[in-house]
Design a protein around this ligand. Structure first.
Ligand SMILES: Nc1ncnc2c1ncn2[C@@H]1O[C@H](COP(=O)(O)OP(=O)(O)OP(=O)(O)O)[C@@H](O)[C@H]1O
Ligand SMILES: [Mg+2]
Length: 343
């Protein structure tokens, strides 16, 4: 299950992502955590010290490797250079799984030990001066989008992404890549306005979106959120001394998280699991093609000098039961499979 945490800056995306990640890890769920935010804080929230967090390998720095691996023997993708962040998989492409070993994990992951189990952590890498103000095809989160578009995941295994609610994710289609998006909102007008913007984009694409109220202190806070977001409000989290203690460098065992906040994490888990039955791989594939064609026209063709629409394999559907290719090189990497042609 692909889960995103989005929301206004400072709303608590990283904090709630990290609590949710700890919750899942404590229950033994296989898990890949991704820091895709401009400000890289997820590693620290998961307990890495400053040096460890700063030393995280960056997905954005390994794009050539990632593209080369994912394109596999797909004849429609003639080189890694012509792959853009929305290039969809097709016959011959490699797909990714959450629990396997592959060169992308080997180059980019870091294992983080948490109470109850270790998780894999990936990070896009910090934005540097040279990233500011450049066109979206330079976007570091492009690696995460490629990852999501090639990921074949099942029930009770999770990719949890700490995102930024920037306009980049709307332009690229990144916001449609998740089974569930948790929008973290403080009970303020600004917190709720990000929800409205997200909701508007999400509606046209059938994106499951639930609001998680954060730093909710009073009945009045709760009333405000109920009034503003209605049924989309899933659960609220109050001020957490457990979180504060961790921020002071006095981390406590996860089992000591306040009971109401622990229940809130359980509610998130249930909400994420509940959308499993509604997953639609055909729609998922259709949407990635839609955004790819849009990007191709607006900048991709000009940038690569080729017609990127030709990368689309019209009969391919990403799905959970992709077969493992007979000729999979080194390590038997799973491959995508073309779906039967529609009658
Ligand atoms: N429920 C909570 N209880 C106590 N402290 C909290 C809670 N939620 C968030 N915080 C604190 O608020 C600050 C901002 O939270 P956090 O970094 O998670 O927000 P963010 O949305 O990820 O921010 P950014 O947009 O900068 O990435 C942090 O210092 C965090 O510890
Ligand atoms: Mg953050």
């Amino acid at each position: 299950m692909k889960i995103a945490f989005v929301g206004k800056g400072g709303s608590g995306k990283t904090t709630l992502s990290s609590l949710f990640i700890r919750h899942l890890a404590a229950r033994g769920a296989p898990l890949v955590a991704v820091d895709a935010d401009i400000n890289q804080h997820l590693g620290a929230a998961l307990g890495l010290d400053e040096d460890e967090a700063a030393a995280l390998p960056a997905l954005g720095a390994h794009l050539p490797l990632i593209k080369e691996y994912l394109r596999g023997s797909n004849p429609r993708i003639t080189s890694a250079e012509t792959m853009i962040k929305t290039t969809p998989p097709g016959e011959g492409s490699r797909v990714l799984r959450l629990t396997e070993d592959n060169p992308v994990y080997r180059a980019c992951e870091r294992t983080v030990a948490l109470d109850g189990g270790a998780i894999r952590l990936l990070a896009t890498g910090p934005f540097t001066e040279s990233d500011l103000g450049v066109a979206c095809y330079h976007s570091k989160t492009g690696a995460v989008e490629l990852f999501l578009n090639h990921l074949v995941d099942g029930r009770e295994e999770f990719m949890v992404v700490d995102m930024t609610a920037g306009s980049d994710s709307f332009a690229s289609g990144m916001f449609t890549r998740f089974d569930m998006t948790f929008l973290v909102a403080e009970p303020t007008r600004k917190g709720v306005s990000v929800y409205r913007q997200y909701k508007e984009y999400a509606r046209d694409f059938g994106v499951p979106l639930r609001v998680v109220g954060n730093k909710v202190q009073s009945e009045d806070d709760l009333d405000f959120l109920r009034q503003e977001v209605g049924e989309d409000l899933l659960v609220t989290v109050g001020h957490s001394d457990w979180v504060r203690a961790m921020e002071k460098g006095r981390a406590r065992p996860f089992a000591e998280l306040e009971e109401p906040n622990s229940r809130a994490m359980e509610a998130l888990h249930e909400a994420a699991d509940a959308v499993y039955e509604r997953r639609d791989w055909e729609r998922y594939t259709r949407q990635m093609v839609h955004f790819h064609l849009r990007n191709a026209e607006s900048w991709g063709n000009a940038k690569t000098g080729v017609d990127l629409a030709a990368q689309v394999d019209p009969s391919f559907v990403l799905r959970e039961d992709v077969t493992r290719g007979q000729d999979a090189p080194r390590g038997g990497a799973p491959r995508g499979r073309s779906a039967p042609q529609p009658a």
